[in-house]
Design a protein around this ligand. Structure first.
Ligand SMILES: [Zn+2]
Length: 346
């Protein structure tokens, strides 16, 4: 069956007060990219459900949720130097959470086991009470959809995987799920010493009952397809090692070459198509829920269609030329994987 896609006007109602990277046009770019490569008609479209405050309170503290509600009802403002709230943010943020919860129910109870959520505002930097793990800002995020989806799946007794391949560390997701057992979160991201949010080291492997279930796979600035595919192969291997049954994906396309926010990474359609293919052929989860995180220009127009084609078992329609990385950056990845393996064994 064709996968579900959650999208709708409500996700355009989170509007920046001035020039900003995170704009409603991002969703137009994503949909245009899918149309352009003949993939948009492959989805069953789902209107985002109306969301309620209780959903946000399941993953965030009361004071933070109230702050977003209050700012939004007053017409908007800035939560920090990166992250704005507009009049429509409250409605959009809750509809995004409701889409994540509805996705869990639909994919588990119908013959369609795949769901893609093209929502805004994004969520993977949003921690329990705002900025996560000591980060300076919320990095454009408001409510954490992937943490909610993972917890909803875990509540049903399933062994859950979370794979985040956004350029940046999913520090909010990791913070919220840090002590959760049976939620295996692998996060591939740029070396935190060189980029926001500055978190996500190989030694951060979870705490208490969640110890040994969180994994940070670090790549050097300037990494190309060869490194991203190697990192993804390792990440999928970890999820297989722990017999993950269902998968939540934080799909961020900001490591795509020239996407805008980072001028350094060299991932192309080969990376995203390859990750989609690995999920389908090697992990083959019972349920897949993929949530849009970063990606600002070409990443949305070219990386997203390549990923969807990989998931659907189709050839890469974008066909970028593959990029190769400097050998020192390959060594950097390998060294960090060794650090991670030592941390898991300790
Ligand atoms: Zn990002």
């Amino acid at each position: 069956m064709n996968p579900y896609v959650y999208h709708g006007h409500v996700f355009h109602e989170h509007i920046p007060p001035s020039s900003h990277y995170e704009t409603p046009e991002r969703l137009d770019r994503a949909i245009h990219g899918l149309e352009n490569y003949g993939l948009w008609n492959r989805f069953q479209q789902v209107e985002p459900p109306h969301g309620f405050k209780e959903l946000a309170l399941k993953i965030h503290d009361h004071d933070y949720v109230e702050l977003v509600e209050k700012l939004s009802s007053r017409g908007g403002g800035w939560l920090d130097s990166d992250t704005y709230v507009s009049r429509g943010t409250w409605r959009a943020g809750l509809a995004a959470l409701a889409s994540a919860k509805d996705s869990v129910e639909r994919t588990l109870s119908t013959v369609t086991h795949k769901s893609f959520i093209l929502a805004r505002p994004p969520g993977h930097h949003a921690g329990r009470s705002g900025p996560a793990m000591g980060a300076s800002t919320l990095g454009f995020c408001i409510f954490n959809l992937s943490a909610l989806a993972a917890l909803e799946l875990a509540d049903r007794g399933l062994v859950v995987g979370v794979l985040d391949f956004d350029l940046h560390h999913g520090n909010g997701t990791q913070e919220i799920l840090y002590e959760a057992p049976k939620i295996y979160h692998v996060d591939i991201h740029q070396d935190p010493w060189t980029i926001y949010p500055g978190t996500g080291l190989p030694e951060d492997i979870g705490r208490g009952p969640g110890k040994g279930t969180k994994y940070n796979v670090i790549v050097a600035p300037g990494s190309g397809d060869d490194i991203y595919l190697e990192a993804a192969r390792y990440a999928i291997g970890l999820l297989l090692r722990y017999h993950v049954e269902v998968l939540v994906v934080d799909m961020g396309f900001d490591a795509y070459r020239g996407d805008g926010l980072s001028a350094t990474m060299l991932a192309t359609s080969n990376t995203y198509h390859g990750i989609g293919e690995m999920i389908r052929e090697e992990l083959n989860p019972r349920v897949l829920i993929a949530i849009l995180e970063g990606g600002y220009t070409h990443g949305l127009e070219r990386g997203l269609p390549a990923f969807i084609a990989g998931i659907l078992g189709e050839r890469d329609p974008v066909e970028d030329e593959a990029t190769e990385s400097d050998p020192s950056k390959i060594d950097f990845l390998k060294g960090n994987i060794r650090r991670l393996e030592r941390a898991i064994k300790s």
